[in-house]
Write a protein that binds this ligand. Structure first.
Ligand code: FNR
Length: 366
């Protein structure tokens, strides 16, 4: 490999070199057989693009918006835990890089720096991802602090009643460092019984009683819009609309929760059809190329909204390899690839990207 990475996957190789095995495995790993982990990426590779030619593509506009906030391209930064294991500057670097890239970062509840520190690191629109621990006062405290610190939306993660079984972390006896946001509320000093301290910690803190009715509770304690992250079926997408979610994120948590859940790109259409353009649909999981972003948009294109994708691991790999600069480079690479894909497919703005610009397995066999 050349010393300068030329694509996002090469950042993964650099991150692997830069990080202790326990941390790289934590970032890269998925649940159990890691079937869904592979499928998240491979499902994109099974979709082909149907380009249109002889279109004037001298000017291409990749910009869009989410919840009314403009972003320079449909590529956002997914919430992911513990950025300080990748770089001492942690989420401060990720936040600055996201802001410089004119995109929105969703800060993880399980961040290394707390909501206030990240908010103070730079001036930008960002959202806050929420886990609900036992003892609702913790979530209430975090929501109030996020709102006070200027976060513009709450992203409630709904696929984590318990932690998925991540076997690499069990083997490595992954130790969870102190989580800044919940300092004073819970201790990370839990007995892992020789396994993953992260798993033991998560299972002693996550509230498995969280259910649909709690969205009303969450709405009662904040005026911020609430997005639900971890929706994979049309049934749940409809419920999300019914309970007044401001958006849904089609996600299987980067294949770290339920193994053999579907690759996210294979269920985007199902979700988009269910919500009928009433709320935005964001998708994450396995986005590694600008062509993937294009495919995701094309599959969502029957809705009125042109909804973004978001990336998890590539951001962390950029951070581990080259700090803030690495995160910027990863976002820029994806943006450049996406812009080139639009040009070669004959699309000059997101509204030109239609369902007929892609062909899926299902289309082929129909
Ligand atoms: C995550 N993800 C995640 N999601 C969430 O809601 N809260 C969190 O704290 C985390 N933490 C986390 C840590 C790590 C190391 C990874 C890889 C992922 C899931 C994340 O938001 C997103 O759904 C996936 O990362 C998307 O898949 P890709 O882009 O990593 O393939």
């Amino acid at each position: 490999m050349a010393s300068e990475p030329v694509n996002v996957s090469e950042f993964e190789a650099l991150a692997k070199k830069a990080l202790p095995k326990m941390y790289f495995d934590f970032y890269a790993g998925g649940a159990e057989d890691e079937y869904t982990l592979k499928d998240n990426e491979e499902a994109y590779q099974r979709i082909t693009i149907r380009p249109r030619v002889l279109v004037d593509v001298s000017r291409i506009d990749t910009s869009t918006s989410i919840l009314g906030y403009p972003i320079s391209s449909p590529i956002m930064v997914a919430p992911s835990a513990l950025h300080q294991l990748a770089n001492p500057e942690g989420e401060l670097a990720t936040a600055r890089a996201s802001a410089a890239s004119n995109t929105i970062m969703i800060l993880s509840f399980s961040s290394s720096y707390n909501v206030e520190e990240v908010a103070a690191s730079c001036d930008a629109v960002r959202f806050f991802q929420l886990y609900v621990y036992r003892g609702r006062h913790i979530a209430a405290n975090l929501v109030e602090r996020a709102e006070r610190s200027g976060y513009k939306a709450i992203v409630l993660t709904v696929d984590c009643p318990r932690l998925g079984r991540r076997e690499a972390d069990i083997r490595n006896r992954m130790i969870v460092p102190k989580l800044k946001n919940v300092e004073g509320f819970v201790s990370n000093d839990v007995d892992a019984g020789g396994g993953s301290n992260l798993e033991a910690y998560a299972n002693s803190t996550f509230d498995p009683t969280l259910s649909w009715k709690d969205v009303a509770w969450l709405k009662s304690i904040t005026s911020l819009p609430i997005l639900l992250k971890g929706i994979l079926t049309h049934e749940d997408a409809l419920k999300a609309v019914e309970v007044g979610a401001a958006g849904v994120i089609v996600s299987n948590h980067g294949a770290r929760q339920l193994d053999y859940s579907p690759a996210t790109i294979t269920v985007v259409e199902e979700v988009v059809r269910a919500v009928k353009g009433k709320i935005p649909v964001i998708v994450d999981g396995g986005v590694r190329r600008g062509t993937d972003v294009f495919k995701a948009l094309a599959l969502g294109a029957q809705a009125v909204l042109y909804d973004p994708t978001q990336v998890g691991r590539p951001i962390i790999y950029g951070l581990a390899a080259k700090g803030e600069q690495g995160v910027k480079q990863v976002i820029q690479m994806l943006k450049d690839e996406f812009e080139l894909t639009m040009a070669l497919a004959g699309c000059t703005s997101l509204k030109d990207i239609t369902r007929s610009h892609v062909r899926t397995d299902r289309d082929r066999f129909q």
